[in-house]
Design a protein around this ligand. Structure first.
Ligand code: MLT
Length: 306
């Protein structure tokens, strides 16, 4: 009986690894001459991928850390886990909306720096909290660019919060169209979504067509006190344009899921260390989905991608 050797290049959830049981499969970080690679965020563009590799699994939705075109030329399928972490990301986007709407990042910073003297603290809090008066979400507009598994969940949740939601995706699948709440307005272009929105949430992959999709011109078209939420990929938003708009007061906040040097320390930027998919549930779901696909491929040669 053949044993397939799968090299794991990141920590992969045990639930996923359990789908690749011994003796048919062997998994581990130190495996040489692997039949397959299993990765989360490892950047394979810079890696030498051994000739023995017959398949690559990415325990996440995006595949931009994998040289997919080069692998396809080699006949190596790349499996990913679309939708498996969508709920986790949706929840963090909702947190981002609220963090921005209620000025929570500067408010937390303010509390962290409070003097410990009780009387002084009380007076400072009373004076300081005026700076953090926020806005409520019902009736405010949210644009969602990209109506895949994550975008649909974000759009539907925002509708439930009472927001007026505008969505755009030129390539929405029939399945996602069915899942989209009928109260989500469908726009005809990125520009239409942006000009109708105060809040903007991005849910597209980073490809040539989406690089700097949100540029200076588009940021200018957002409604006043605009907020851009980028839980997708860094290059989709022109950061220099964001800083300019924040400094000029045209943009109220930029919330993103990447720590970027250009944005570091800006008081109106909330930057997270790519936490969108970092829940136990999402890590399990992604690992299980991709391990099942690798197992089926290695066992039978069948390519399944759910
Ligand atoms: C994704 O593409 O789904 C995320 O980048 C997953 C992750 O954080 O690993």
């Amino acid at each position: 009986m053949t044993t397939f050797r799968i090299q794991t290049l990141n920590n992969i959830s045990q639930q996923g690894l359990d789908r690749l049981p011994r003796p048919r499969f062997e998994t581990g970080a130190e495996i040489a001459q692997p039949d397959a690679l299993l990765v989360r965020s490892a950047d394979l563009h810079k890696a030498e991928i051994p000739a023995s590799v017959k398949a690559i699994g990415r325990a996440g939705a995006g595949t931009n850390n994998i040289p997919v075109a080069a692998m396809t030329k080699r006949g190596v399928p790349v499996f990913n886990a679309p939708g498996a972490n969508a709920n986790a990301i949706k929840e963090l986007v909702l947190a981002g909306l609220l963090i921005a709407a209620r000025n929570l990042a500067p408010a937390l910073d303010f509390v962290r720096k409070l003097d410990s003297d009780d009387k002084a603290m009380h007076e400072t809090v009373e004076a300081g909290k005026k700076k953090f008066v926020g806005m409520e979400l019902p009736g405010r507009s949210l644009g969602v660019i990209g109506l895949g598994a994550i975008g649909v969940k974000v759009a539907n949740a925002a509708v439930e919060l009472g927001m007026e939601v505008w969505g755009f995706d030129p390539a929405m699948t029939v399945q996602n169209a069915w899942k989209l709440d009928a109260r989500v307005n469908q726009a005809l272009s990125v520009d239409e979504v942006i000009s109708r929105s105060q809040f903007l949430s991005l849910h597209v992959p980073l490809i040539e067509a989406t690089r700097a999709l949100v540029n200076a011109d588009r940021i200018r078209r957002l409604k006043p006190k605009g907020v851009v939420l980028n839980f997708a990929r860094e290059g989709i938003v022109d950061e220099a344009a964001v800083i300019e708009a924040l400094n000029e007061g045209r943009l109220q906040a930029y919330v993103c899921d990447f720590p970027s040097n250009a944005l570091k320390g800006h008081p109106r930027v909330v930057a997270l260390p790519h936490l969108g998919a970092s829940t136990n549930e999402a890590e399990d779901n992604c690992a299980v989905m991709v391990a099942d696909q690798l197992r089926d491929f290695l066992d039978t040669g069948n390519v399944t991608n759910s």
